[in-house]
Design a protein around this ligand. Structure first.
Ligand code: URA
Length: 444
């Protein structure tokens, strides 16, 4: 089958059969398809779309373009499951959720990413822990998934290699914004991990990857349909990103917060609510709990007994970090040299927060990358971030800045205070951070 013929068919808005899509993606993976052809394909898909069958075939072809992890030879005593998020600010859910699910009998081979744009990355957070190795060899990764029940590591070159090339070309050809390309990219990588079930956290709001609530909803529906169509039962929680999820953002600060949750503290937080809701969905979907009440009981036991924290500690130690991080976090997670509070310019109620601006603030402080390959300062970030609906007096802190120097903090303080819109209304109705849950049965 000629690649240019596949391109012609997609250019003319024909639906491609699975064979054509697999042929094309094999060529992307082995290098026989050139960058120009990848760009033409991506543009044709952006302009002409793909139907459900094409999108499923593209996802399966992405998954099969490299190694697909298999777990049955390990005789695991529970299902292999995972969660993935479209990314946000103060979104440290994975650090808590993985060990928590492991403590409830699941096995979580979590392949995570680095920060992208204004959003933080799980790997960057874990690398705030001295010694933590995000690229262990295969044997160590598998041993941890079996024995501890969770290992959070970085993308390997062998999983879904076609996506790496395709994404690189999309990035420079204005073809990122296409639902079938986005879904195949996200799911192709995740499903290559050999999961029995998957729960996705699709963010909605001004700090989300998708630009509007409608676009987030469309992405969520496509993920459920295509993930399940590709053979992995997939559900989605749509969750709020109109403010940072935790009241902090920054790598070491978020590890501290994860430990706090794993110790059973912070149960009134939005972070806890979202993590708990995702965990409940995972346990029920994978058959580790019979229903939401049963899941809640199991999750409570795992937290109250210290088992979830224990799994986190064992994962950290198993990947080269200290064995006593949970007991002595301050010893290992270096604080930023300079902290200062950013006060409200006047009294008012917080009506809106520009979440993206806060995320970019962390990047500017050095907690994220401007260019791929930049070094990260794990110490910096924001904490004590005020929430939507909170009433503040003039001068009262909107957040605390953790910076490498006073000059860095001063350079960005006023920009961060304008991320908060203060209004006169005395109260704003608190909204649930969980907007909706979508499952296959809701869509068919
Ligand atoms: N994240 C991905 O992994 N791929 C996309 O296409 C978009 C977001």
């Amino acid at each position: 089958m000629l690649i240019q013929d596949i391109l012609r068919r997609k250019r003319d808005a024909e639906a491609l059969d699975a064979d054509a899509i697999h042929t094309f993606m094999r060529g992307v993976a082995d290098g026989s398809v050139g960058d120009a052809q990848i760009g033409a394909f991506a543009m044709a898909v952006v302009l002409n779309g793909m139907n459900r069958e094409e999108a499923i075939a593209l996802t399966e072809a992405t998954r099969e373009s490299g190694q697909v992890l298999r777990w049955h030879d390990l005789n695991l005593d529970g299902p292999v499951l995972d969660k993935h998020s479209t990314g946000g600010v103060g979104d440290l859910v994975s650090l808590v959720l993985g060990p928590w699910i492991a403590a409830c009998g699941g096995h979580v081979p979590m392949i995570s990413g680095r920060g992208l744009g204004h959003t933080g990355g799980t790997l960057d957070k874990l690398e705030a822990i001295p010694g933590y190795d995000v690229t262990p060899d295969d044997a160590r990764f598998r041993r941890l998934v079996k024995d501890v029940g969770v290992a959070i590591i970085g993308q390997t070159g062998t999983l879904a290699p076609a996506d790496k090339r395709l994404y690189g070309v999309r990035d420079v050809t204005a073809t990122v914004e296409s639902l079938p390309l986005i879904v195949a990219s996200i799911l192709g990588k995740k499903l290559a991990c050999g999961l029995d079930t998957l729960v996705m956290d699709v963010k909605v709001g001004n700090g989300a990857f998708m630009p509007t609530a409608e676009a987030s909803r469309e992405l969520a529906e496509a993920i459920v349909t295509i993930g399940s169509g590709a053979g992995t039962p997939t559900s989605v929680l749509l969750t709020d990103m109109n403010q940072p999820l935790a009241d902090c953002a920054g790598n070491a600060l978020e590890v501290h917060e994860a430990l706090r949750l794993l110790r059973g503290e912070g149960r009134d937080s939005r972070l806890y609510q979202v993590t708990h809701a995702l965990a409940t969905e995972m346990l029920v979907q994978a058959g580790l709990a019979t229903n939401a009440d049963d899941a809640a009981m199991r999750l409570e036991k795992a937290l109250a007994s210290g088992e979830a924290l224990e799994r986190f500690s064992r994962m950290v130690h198993g990947l080269g970090g200290p064995s006593d991080l949970a007991e002595r976090p301050a010893h290992y997670l270096a604080p930023a040299p300079f902290t200062t509070d950013v006060g409200a310019p006047r009294a008012g109620t917080i009506h809106a927060i520009d979440t993206r601006a806060l995320g970019l603030g962390v990047v500017e402080l050095g907690g994220g990358r401007r260019n791929a390959g930049d070094a990260i300062d794990h110490r910096v970030g924001l904490s004590h971030i005020a929430q939507l609906g909170e009433r503040v007096d003039a001068g009262q802190p909107l957040l605390r800045l953790h910076a490498a120097s006073q000059a860095d903090a001063e350079a960005i303080a006023s920009q961060l205070s304008t991320a908060f819109t203060l209004g006169e209304t005395s109260s704003v109705e608190p909204t649930s951070p969980i907007h909706a849950t979508l499952r296959q049965e809701d869509l068919s």
